[in-house]
Design a protein around this ligand. Structure first.
Ligand SMILES: [Zn+2]
Length: 144
């Protein structure tokens, strides 16, 4: 059940984000990943396997898609302003899982304190097993 719907966008407004969350906002601690890629881009990841994640770009805008580290997941940023918005991973069945950069969401100050995370210490198979449990399982990306 969705308890909260939160909107957000990149710095220039070309990409809108909407998430649905199943619990109270204070029940979530965004995970500040300690890898170089996420630190430089100021990402703190939030996900809820009971919720949903949607990204939509304005007409004519596109997303920048990048892979880094173990190259399993795809990082989605605004191609115009560079704001890092989300990360997405597909399993072998083509099912898309994802997490959102909590710092782009409205009301992000109502989440619990951010916690550090070191996914680079995990093996590839451990990572994907975690993503299947923790990440949004309902991810939609629409480019205009
Ligand atoms: Zn932008």
């Amino acid at each position: 059940m969705i308890a909260h719907r939160l909107g957000g966008s990149c710095a220039c407004g070309a990409v809108a984000v909407e998430v649905g969350l199943g619990r109270e906002l204070a029940a979530y601690s965004p995970r500040a990943c300690d890898c170089d890629f996420c630190c430089k881009r100021g990402a703190a990841w939030l996900s809820d396997s009971a919720g949903f994640l949607r990204l939509r770009t304005n007409a004519g805008q596109d997303l920048k898609r990048e892979r880094q580290g173990s190259e399993q997941a795809e990082f989605l940023s605004c191609a115009a302003c560079g704001t890092l918005l989300a990360v997405r991973w597909r399993d072998d069945d083509g099912h898309a899982y994802g997490a959102v950069n909590a710092r782009v969401l409205a009301r992000h100050d109502e989440f619990a304190s951010e916690q550090g995370a070191s996914p680079k210490l995990l093996e590839a198979a451990e990572k994907t097993a975690r993503w299947k449990v923790l990440w949004f399982a309902d991810v939609e990306v629409a480019t205009g």
